[in-house]
Design a protein around this ligand. Structure first.
Ligand code: MGD
Ligand code: MGD
Ligand code: SF4
Ligand code: MO
Length: 752
């Protein structure tokens, strides 16, 4: 194979050296514990033990910076509660602290026997293999489904697959790919690359990038762009740190984002600020789009969203006049029932202003060196979810988006677990997924289905989680990033190696190894029985790139060559023609696919199913808008509650309430508050803040209390402060989107 063309130093850099008493290993922080990023780290090891971790100043991704969770990594790695050995428990003891240590051989035998029984009785499709969010291992997760022979692989109980899938669907229909904000991350020279220009405006939308570093974007990049002149516009119900630094802050009612997006587009067109050349040459249906938008004025949106019309106009003019602008969007987009329409509308704003494939605009995010590690499908059969065994039996429901994407419907899978329709789901293989504490909506339903209806459950995790305690029959211990090898290229800008720094603790194993060692015993999956070592596995994953694991490791990372204006150069389409990789060859303002799916061709606004406007009677009882799950510095979802320093940053589950609202209900700062609605209730501690809208409360998600005794019968208190009891498992009309950030609730003080 020929040497891959790279844009950085082909000599690479050392990955291992001695510094005094330490051996230093250059690596990348990837799961576990979880994160969406892969920052460069230097791991300082003495006598086989990790002593300290520092950011790698040479790595262009994070340029030496680390956030608190990586700095506290040792607290997770060496935590006394770390799961170190395979365990088993009798089915009748589900929920009880009755695990027994077993060997990997015994675990494998039990899995073969029990999964085998399920396959024989109900068919392989009755197994659901789940993943959590974008940790690196879920790129490999489909392997397990392939070994077991089931088409049902995907996020574990994430209603409406409401994380990124809605935006991926929107972007696929609109532009034939995923285009993301350009902070120079494609270049090894970063901000010094002469081709790059800092975005004049960064539109921070339903995202808190400095805290979340979500989806492979580091919050520092926003700040670095600001140092180089970028200004901000923020759309959020809460005054975040970045909102406080914004020229315009649109503090909208949760769930109404589509209306703002439409009004921004309307005002740009009314004032002739669109990029007419881009719209005429590269877009489909511009005139009809402009016509469609006419009634949706800033005044119309102002009323719906509860923001000032003049502010919407000001934002529109700034975006319209900006030389370049990018959209830094977040999961709040996906966390309404019709979230995928929100994504479309916001994306249209970028096309309208010609911010595609320009420096500091929205640029295409292809796989680095053709290595399809992360998330989505592709032509790598073994890592792809689109053609799993028994594909025609995959439970996509009748949802147009799920069917089109060939994605499972977690909502319908839960129904299948409960009712046996369309066929029974009888076994779970859950990896990096604490569904009961975090990912799943309606945990009341999930716990019952997992404990009572499943014949067999396997959980693979770093800790004994509430989900594992509730349902695991076999519990397998996974390795964290310093204990294993790997490759990274998440939201791919560069490709790099994860280098093992220490021996795995106890008998933990990397998820990938667990999958291929146990999986191949099922005797299924041609070509997947070949790997004996991690290195062989990664050589296979890299086979199209021109690298082997060793050659990649020798240079630590590699940047592919990158260029702008790919749509003009025929670089976006497989046929080499100019344009976008869509059925029209253009960016679709008018979406023929949407019409085919039975939706309007253009984004249209719909109220969330539960809102003061759509459900006024309900709102009498539950008068406050509920948004949930805003990320915290120290926690990754349900992780890190057991890390002492991270827990000190945020010791209790908290619900943010405006002081005026709290006063109405006699609630003071620090009071325990009951939060309730028609779906359920939970309790969290009040934190009063003028940063939030008065009509909205913002509750924490993913709480459990690992300090509790696992034998106390409360599953680490997972149902006590669990805000997901107030969220239904119910997707939007496309099958995507859910109401994690747009519900109704009432609050009251809990008298102690
Ligand atoms: N530290 C940490 N980082 C994480 C995670 C974590 O748990 N901890 N989780 C990872 C995952 S899986 C994801 S998906 C990302 C998510 O990361 P983000 O996209 O940043 O998501 P959130 O923090 O949930 O919410 C972002 C902002 O949306 C606002 N918001 C709430 N409701 C609405 C609304 O209806 N409309 C608008 N416009 N804004 C709203 C919130 O106030 C918040 O400021 O973070 C990833 N990174
Ligand atoms: N109310 C509300 N609920 C939400 C959200 C919200 O905003 N509000 N956000 C939703 C979103 S966007 C998402 S993506 C989901 C996230 O949901 P999940 O990704 O399921 O996150 P967790 O529930 O924290 O589960 C992750 C588990 O994986 C384990 N783990 C970490 N690293 C590894 C590893 O390398 N290997 C293995 N085997 N295990 C590992 C952790 O210990 C943890 O128990 O939550 C959703 N839930
Ligand atoms: S974003 Fe923070 S937690 Fe994630 S890899 Fe980078 S430093 Fe570590
Ligand atoms: Mo997510």
């Amino acid at each position: 194979m020929s040497e891959p063309k790279t844009a950085d130093n082909p000599e690479g850099r050392k990955w291992k050296w001695r510094e005094g008493e330490y051996e230093v290993i250059r690596s990348s922080a990837r799961s576990g514990p979880g994160c969406h990023d892969n920052c460069g780290v230097l791991l300082y090891v003495k006598d086989g033990k990790l002593e300290k971790i520092e950011g790698d100043p040479e790595n262009p991704y994070n340029q030496g910076r680390l956030c608190p969770r990586c700095l506290a990594y040792k607290e997770m790695l060496y935590h006394p509660d770390r799961l170190l050995y395979p365990m088993k428990r009798a089915r009748e003891d589900r929920g009880k602290d009755a695990f027994k240590r077993i060997t990997w051989d015994e675990a494998t035998e039990i899995i073969l026997e029990e999964m085998g029984k399920v396959i024989d009785t109900y068919g392989a499709e009755s197994i659901w293999v789940t993943q959590g969010t974008g940790r690196d291992i879920n790129g490999y997760g489909p392997l397990m489904a392939r070994y077991l022979g089931t088409p049902n692989y995907g996020t574990g109980f994430l209603s409406g697959i409401a994380c990124y899938a809605p935006r991926r669907f929107s972007t696929a229909l609109k532009s034939g790919g995923l285009f993301i904000a350009d902070y120079s991350q494609y270049s090894p020279l970063r901000y010094d690359d002469p081709r790059w220009k800092a975005p004049e405006y960064i539109l921070i939308w339903g995202n808190n990038p400095v805290v979340a570093n979500s989806d492979g974007t580091l919050g520092h990049w926003v700040v670095e762009s600001m140092k180089r002149g970028s200004k901000l516009i923020t759309i959020d119900p809460k005054l975040t740190w970045l909102a406080g630094k914004s020229d315009v802050f649109l503090q909208l009612r949760p769930g109404t984002d589509t209306a703002i997006a439409m009004a921004l587009c309307n005002h740009i067109i009314e004032n002739n600020l669109q990029d007419q050349e881009f719209c005429d040459c590269w877009c489909y249906g511009y005139d009809e789009f402009a016509e469609h938008l006419k009634p949706y004025t800033p005044e119309w949106a102002a009323e719906i969203c509860g923001v000032d019309a003049d502010l919407i106009k000001e934002a529109a003019v700034k975006i319209g006049k900006a030389e370049n602008c990018c959209l830094q969007w977040g999961v709040a987009m996906d966390h309404t029932s019709e979230g995928f329409v929100t994504g479309m509308a916001a994306y249209d704003l970028m096309a309208l202003t010609g911010n595609f494939e320009n420096p500091g605009g929205m640029v295409d995010a292809p796989f680095a060196f053709d290595v399809n590690v992360p998330w989505s499908g592709g032509d790598d059969w073994e890592l792809c979810t689109a053609d799993l065994p028994n594909q025609d039996k995959k439970i996509c429901g009748e949802w147009p988006a799920n069917k089109a994407m060939q994605a499972i419907s977690p909502d319908d899978l839960l129904v299948a677990m409960e009712t046996g329709e369309p066929y029974p789901i009888k076994a779970m293989w859950m990896m990096q997924n604490n569904a009961l504490a975090c990912m799943g909506a309606a945990p009341q339903r999930i716990i019952k289905a997992l404990q009572e209806n499943m014949d067999f459950n396997v959980v693979v995790d770093l800790f004994l989680t509430p989900t594992a305690l509730a349902c695991a029959d076999v519990l397998l211990p996974a390795a964290t990033f310093a204990e294993r090898m790997g490759i990274y290229g998440h939201q791919p800008y560069l490709l790099g190696s994860i280098n093992q720094a220490i021996e795995p603790l106890g008998e933990v194993k990397p998820d990938q190894v667990i999958m291929y060692e146990i999986g191949k015993k099922f005797g299924r999956g041609e070509g997947m029985e070949q790997w004996q070592t991690e290195e062989e596995f990664y050589d296979f994953c890299l086979r199209k790139s021109g690298f082997t694991y060793k050659t990649l490791q020798e240079r630590s990372w590699a940047f592919p060559e990158f260029e702008y204006e790919k749509h003009k150069k025929g670089l976006l389409r497989p046929d080499g023609q100019p344009g976008f990789n869509t059925s029209t060859g253009r960016y679709n303002f008018y979406s023929r696919e949407m019409v085919y799916f039975g939706f309007p061709p253009f984004p249209t606004y719909e109220e969330p199913p539960e809102s003061p406007v759509s459900a006024p009677e309900l709102a009498e009882k539950y008068p406050l808008v509920l948004t949930t799950g805003a990320r915290h510095w120290g926690f990754f979802h349900s992780e890190h509650r057991q890390s002492p320093s991270m827990r000190r940053l945020h010791p209790d589950p908290t619900v943010l309430i405006h002081p005026n609202t709290a006063a109405k209900y006699g609630i003071e700062n620090g009071d325990w508050v009951k939060i309730e609605n028609q779906f359920g209730e939970c309790k969290q501690k009040a934190e009063l803040s003028v940063r939030l809208r008065e009509d909205t409360v913002a509750a924490d998600h993913a709480w459990w209390f690992p300090e509790r005794d696992p034998g106390d019968g409360t599953l680490f208190g997972v149902m006590e402060s669990n805000i997901n009891k107030l969220i239904p498992m119910r997707p939007g009309k496309s099958g995507l989107g859910a109401s994690y950030k747009s519900q109704l609730c009432a609050i009251s003080k809990i008298e102690e």
